[in-house]
Design a protein around this ligand. Sequence first.
Ligand code: PKZ
Length: 198
Amino acid sequence: MDQISATPGVAGQPGGPEFGRMIEALRTVQAAITGAAPPPEVSAEVGAILETVAGALEPYLVGEDEQLSGHRDDLPGRGQPLLPPLWLDERDETHLRGRVTFDRFHLGGNGAAHGGAITVLFDEMLGRLANAGRNRARTKYLQVEYHRITPLDTELRVEAKIARVEGRKRFLTCALYDGEHLTADAEGLFVELLPGQP
Ligand SMILES: CCCCCCCCCCCCCCCC(=O)SCCNC(=O)CCNC(=O)[C@H](O)C(C)(C)COP(=O)(O)OP(=O)(O)OC[C@H]1O[C@@H](n2cnc3c(N)ncnc32)[C@H](O)[C@@H]1OP(=O)(O)O
């Protein structure tokens, strides 16, 4: 990944507000499909529409560095649909604070967010902080603890901090709160890449 753009796009240009709207619509579709039990004719109709959608985008397939998804810091979750919609409110080279809302797409069971979706959020938070103003680093390990269920459709607070740096090793922590309640937290090690490491 090369550049992350925090500049809102220009209407009528690739990456303009139209792109953000498309990603938002995709998120809505993901949640709607996950939560629906449609009759077969509706499943068939929606499936055909989605095939048409994929076909409309196919001529515009680009390489990783040119894609817009994941490179748009002005959009929740960088415009990357794998990530839950995450808004960063505070950031410097030692800490990050943001808000995130899991929806039906992220359901694990019994109204709780999927543990893997929470781990994706933590990897994102720690990865962004580990790489903030520093040479590139990748996750070596990420240890997650789930303290209580993480609710859906609720705005949650997420905070990440650098705990310590030892040579190439960056140890970080992250915590997710529902109001005052800690729902999950994580400790991770990110290792600075050596020349030639992808
Ligand atoms: C590249 C990204 C660009 C991003 C730029 C823009 C940012 C925009 C936002 C993006 C936000 C998304 C961020 C997602 C972040 C991912 O999800 S990255 C994907 C998941 N991670 C991977 O795929 C990593 C795969 N693994 C690897 O590539 C290699 O194992 C690594 C991590 C580069 C390390 O390899 P290595 O150089 O062989 O390191 P190694 O010698 O084993 O260990 C280094 C040190 O750590 C220690 N260590 C190793 N394991 C452990 C352990 N378990 N416990 C304690 N110490 C340990 C070693 O003892 C050693 O210590 P020292 O001898 O230096 O004191």
